[in-house]
Design a binder for this molecule. Structure first.
Ligand SMILES: *[C@@H]1O[C@H](CO)[C@@H](O)[C@H](O)[C@H]1NC(C)=O
Ligand SMILES: *[C@@H]1O[C@H](CO)[C@@H](O)[C@H](O)[C@H]1NC(C)=O
Length: 288
């Protein structure tokens, strides 16, 4: 009798143990261990980062798209003339040709000048004397401020390195400079799609330009743009948009362009003609 009771008690104990074991392993009512709390924390952090990552990736793709659109705008709006050279011209030649009273521009490297580079520009100082000074190529008007469309100075200047003569007196970026700040941009040649173009009768010539002075109180930028017109036949054959710079090849034309008393388009229109093909040389890039 006592032995059967012992067996029964043992059986009950076993059963209780089994059920208790089932509860503890299957339903897990015990408090979470430190490790599992840390695991959940990390899992949440991972999910947050993952969400952030995809959000940033979307933003990045948006920005890349916007930059592409801007670059295309720049290309279609502006690629009229984007390389000039002033090779083999000495300071003395500049001084003589442009009747300069002073030179502060650095003439040690005047080859291969592109937009946003510093280039040497002839302007009148306050007493009407001509000086050769450095300016950034890409016009930055005095009113420029960062905006949604152009967040940096350079992004603006990439859109203003050529001024079409046809709209120079009406476009907000150019009309002030057209009336008040016309300048000469010396060159010995300009480059288009595999060819250099030079003048037959003078190694140095001027491209009509406009200048602006910009300052935000701490920084100042003196900048300029080159005026363009329809291409002549020679340049039109290689230029996809059939444009060329406005070339001033005589002292009379230079003096007229710089004359501060002329502020109306009508008195300057005659300078905006395509340069005579017969007075130009075209040299393939490979031929130097
Ligand atoms: C040339 O211009 C610079 C800067 O304006 C001035 O400091 C310098 O005195 C000028 N030189 C001459 C010869 O006028
Ligand atoms: C204009 O330039 C000339 C030559 O550098 C200089 O003598 C003259 O003082 C300058 N005028 C002004 C107003 O800076």
């Amino acid at each position: 009798m006592s032995s059967s009771r012992t067996v029964l008690i043992a059986a009950i104990a076993l059963l209780v143990g089994f059920v208790a074991g089932m509860f503890s392993s299957g339903l897990d009512s015990s408090p979470p261990s430190k490790e599992s709390a840390r695991f959940h924390e990390l899992q949440d952090a991972y999910q947050d980062k993952n969400t952030q990552f995809f959000k940033l990736a979307r933003e990045r793709d948006n920005l890349i798209g916007q930059v592409r659109v801007l670059e295309q705008m720049v290309d279609t709006l502006n690629a009229e003339i984007d390389e000039i050279n002033a090779v083999a011209a000495t300071a003395e030649e500049y001084r003589e040709h442009f009747r300069l009273a002073n030179i502060t521009a650095d003439l040690s490297d005047t080859r291969d000048r592109y937009p946003l580079y510093d280039i040497a520009v002839v302007r009148l100082n306050e007493s009407g004397e001509r000086e050769l000074v450095p300016m950034q190529w890409g016009l930055l008007p005095s009113w420029w401020k960062p905006s949604k469309k152009t967040k940096s100075r350079k992004s603006f200047q990439r859109m203003t390195y050529n001024a079409r003569s046809e709209t120079i007196d009406t476009k907000p970026s150019y009309r002030h400079a057209f009336k008040r700040n016309r300048v000469l941009i010396p060159a010995t040649q300009f480059y288009e799609h595999g060819f250099y173009f030079r003048l037959a009768r003078s190694p140095l010539f001027a491209i009509a330009g406009l200048a602006e002075h910009w300052s935000d109180g701490t920084e100042t930028v003196d900048s300029c743009t080159m005026v363009t017109t329809e291409a002549n036949e020679m340049v039109g054959k290689v230029h996809p948009r059939k444009r060329m710079p406005v070339i001033l090849d005589s002292e009379a034309a230079c003096a007229r362009w710089l004359n501060p008393e002329l502020t109306q388009r009508g008195s300057l229109d005659e300078l905006f003609v395509p340069y005579d093909d017969g007075l130009m040389d075209q040299i393939a890039e490979d031929a130097g």
